[in-house]
Design a protein around this ligand. Structure first.
Ligand code: GLY
Length: 572
């Protein structure tokens, strides 16, 4: 601070955060892809260059992530996709489900207390994978290139090998102790007892064989036959309940998107069983009512309004669960009267206590790790798709004959309603474990458009996904930031419980932080574990890709503009 110049001191006094200057987004034409790994982004761009559309490219990218981003990209997990194809807007829910043998007591001991690690580590934590059927269903409905061609880049990555990125190496180091507990996982991802060095080539022959079956047979190549039998055997040996019959019975679900407008833009996001679209819609709707656009960009007012809005949106989340078994709906929680009421509750000078903020009072009962892909093609078709194993490397257990890891998505249920899960989220009975149910998610794949200017955005990071997605959108559609700056900016987060306002270390200047504390916010500074990837097609047809440097992710375009900084490689 003492070395800062006068201009910088003035900015800090105004509450401006300190953050590194952004590199520009990668720009060009013919479509754009943003994802967590260079090899995956390349797979998507290759499909675009071969004449594929946004869905072909998104599926190829997701499959490549299942190879080179094993902590989240997956065949053994699930996800959500929001698609705008021509005039059609639809979402695909390929969220995992609870195995048929699951019940409300699966993760509780005889005293009703949660059994340590039962829903987070090992075979019992695995839900029924949705990805194999989901990606195929997306391609069947919208894809234009042959299925085998869409699977091909992932197959070649697995069979031919790929260099270990710094990101993957660091992720393996971080989870080394846990992965070492599972011999089948360690044999692949900790060869010789340690993560493979950066730049070394990893080949995954078993995963390649699974992808070859998938290319030839579609989902049946995974959800039945030898791969499904291998999953059942591995899970049973580990004390789990997921069976081949569960896998064969899995169905993805096409659902209407959650639609709303805010600040002059139209938005389409994911509905239940993800809470993401509802939280995003509530956030933008309440902030618009509170005059967000006219509050100073930096300083305590906007941070205060964000915290108070999210406190309420996450309180409402307490009521949410699988729409097949719970009554609360997006229409209830995004109704103008409810947004008015929530906006009216907010005191601009004082923080509320989360204890005093109750969820929506209607009748609700009975009626990090994840990865995101954003793709736009040259015709303006858009896909925002988030896939996940839940925790990093899912439940840690790799099915040796199949070559893929299983998820630990069962922890996204309220395994013990009222107690915090992996993300500290406190959830209600609506999201209790039940056979065949879909566990509540926070994933927020979203498409936003204003005329022919269209953006696809979303992220990874559990409960912090909707708040990060909201901030990137606010930066773009309210403050007019360039795409990459909108992604790069430091962020805040509040989720009702625990009652604290989380902030990236450089998100708040000292004066702003002091003012927020004066208003009653408990501040918690840490690098928020959430990453957002976005693409945009501007009205003039230019396409842009902006991956999150926190990942780091990689954005690229089909036809690079050689004059644009960052082209043609696209890596940041
Ligand atoms: N597993 C994180 C989420 O679905 O929100």
């Amino acid at each position: 601070m003492t070395r800062a110049g006068g201009a910088l001191l003035a900015l800090l006094a105004a509450g401006a955060p300190l953050h590194a200057a952004s590199a520009p987004a990668v720009r060009g034409a013919g479509g754009a892809v943003a994802a967590a790994e260079a090899s995956a982004t390349r797979a998507g761009v290759a499909l675009l260059r071969a004449g594929g559309n946004a869905v072909d490219a998104a599926v190829a990218t997701a499959l490549a992530l299942a190879v080179s981003h094993p902590e989240a990209g997956n065949l053994g997990g699930g996800g959500f996709a929001v698609v705008r194809f021509g005039d059609e807007i639809v979402t695909l829910d390929f969220r995992e489900t609870a195995p048929a043998a699951a019940h409300a007591g699966t993760y509780l001991d005889a005293d009703g207390d949660p059994i340590a690690e039962a829903s987070t580590l090992g075979a019992l934590a695995a839900g029924v994978p949705g990805t194999p059927s989901g990606l195929y269903a997306l391609h069947q409905r919208f894809g234009s290139r042959p299925w085998a061609e869409v699977v091909d880049p992932a197959y070649h990555l697995a069979a031919g090998g790929f260099p270990v990125s710094r990101r993957l190496h660091d992720a393996l180091v971080e989870e080394q102790e846990v992965l070492a507990r599972f011999p089948t996982t360690a044999a692949v991802w900790l060869p010789g007892g340690a993560p493979p060095p950066i730049g070394s080539i990893v080949r995954l022959p078993e995963l390649a064989a699974t992808l070859a079956r998938y290319a030839g047979l579609g989902p049946a190549g995974i959800t039945s036959g030898p791969v499904a039998s291998a999953v059942e055997r591995t899970v049973a040996a580990g004390g789990g309940i997921l069976t081949a019959a569960d896998m064969a019975a899995y169905e993805p679900v096409w659902r209407p998107a959650v639609r709303f407008s805010a600040f002059g833009w139209e938005l389409a996001s994911m509905d239940l069983p993800s809470s993401g679209g509802i939280i995003l819609g509530q956030t933008l709707g309440v902030l618009e009512r509170l005059g967000w656009k006219d509050r100073p960009r930096f300083g305590a007012d906007r941070a205060h309004l964000l915290a108070e809005t999210w406190r309420r949106a996450f309180a409402d989340r307490y009521l949410l669960g699988d729409p097949a078994t719970t009554g609360a709906r997006a229409a209830d929680l995004l109704a103008a009267a409810w947004l008015d009421e929530r906006a009216g509750e907010i005191d601009r000078a004082h923080a509320s206590s989360s204890e005093a903020v109750a969820p929506w009072p209607g009748e609700a009962d009975e009626a990090d790790d994840t990865t995101h892909v954003s793709v736009v093609d040259g015709a303006g078709n858009v896909v925002a798709m988030t896939t996940t194993l839940n925790g990093s490397f899912g439940c840690g257990l790799l099915v040796p004959e199949a070559g893929f890891l299983l998820n630990n998505q069962m922890d996204d249920f309220a395994t013990a309603p009222g107690r915090p899960n992996l993300y500290g989220l406190v959830q209600g009975a609506a999201n209790a474990v039940g056979a065949g149910k879909r566990m509540l998610s926070s994933m927020t794949p979203t498409i936003a458009w204003n005329g022919s200017d269209v953006v696809a955005v979303g992220g990874r990071g559990g409960s912090r996904i909707p708040t990060a997605t909201a901030q990137v959108l606010l930066n773009l559609i309210v403050d007019g930031d360039p795409l990459q700056s909108a992604v790069d900016r430091p962020r805040l987060h509040h989720q009702w419980r625990p009652d604290r306002l989380e902030a990236d270390p450089d998100a708040l200047g000292p004066e702003t932080a002091a003012e927020l504390e004066r208003r009653g916010h408990a501040l918690y500074f840490w690098p928020l574990p959430v990453k957002v990837h976005a693409v945009r097609r501007l009205a003039d047809g230019t396409t842009e890709a902006a991956a999150d440097p926190r990942g780091p992710g990689v954005g690229d375009v089909a036809t690079p503009d050689v004059a644009a900084p960052g082209a043609p490689g696209g890596s940041k």
